[in-house]
Design a protein around this ligand. Structure first.
Ligand SMILES: [Zn+2]
Length: 120
């Protein structure tokens, strides 16, 4: 295999639009979460500035958070918090047609990434 061409690589990186360079986190272990549970909520816009994504489930970085057990204490805690802010949470069976999912535990292990809400 030929050696990499450092000069070309640098050029390629400079071509990247910085606004597009930020990648949303994905659950690398994205197994089929069918049969897991997620929390449907009233539509809730992504808190990242300028993002048009509207979540209809409890999400992180646009991925639907799923739990293996519907009485998982973390699920109940997040649902309770959503209720407090008027998001009308309902625990439902997750179906892949809802959209991409991420295991709550993988998300937590990854440091709870969210879509670019910049701290002040
Ligand atoms: Zn977003």
């Amino acid at each position: 295999m030929a050696a990499a061409e450092p000069g070309r690589l640098e050029l390629a990186l400079e071509d990247v639009d910085l606004a597009e360079a930020e990648e949303l986190w994905t659950d690398d272990d994205a197994a089929d979460h069918a049969g897991w549970f997620c929390v449907a909520t009233d539509p809730f816009p992504c808190p990242a500035p300028g993002c048009a994504f509207v979540a209809e489930f409890m999400t992180a970085a646009h991925l639907i958070l799923v739990w293996e057990e519907r009485d998982d204490p973390n699920l109940l805690r997040h649902a309770a918090r959503a209720k407090q802010v008027g998001r009308n949470p309902r625990v439902v069976d997750y179906e892949p047609s809802f959209g991409p999912s991420a295991s709550y535990y993988a998300w937590e292990a990854a440091g709870r990434p969210v879509h670019a809400v910049r701290g002040s």
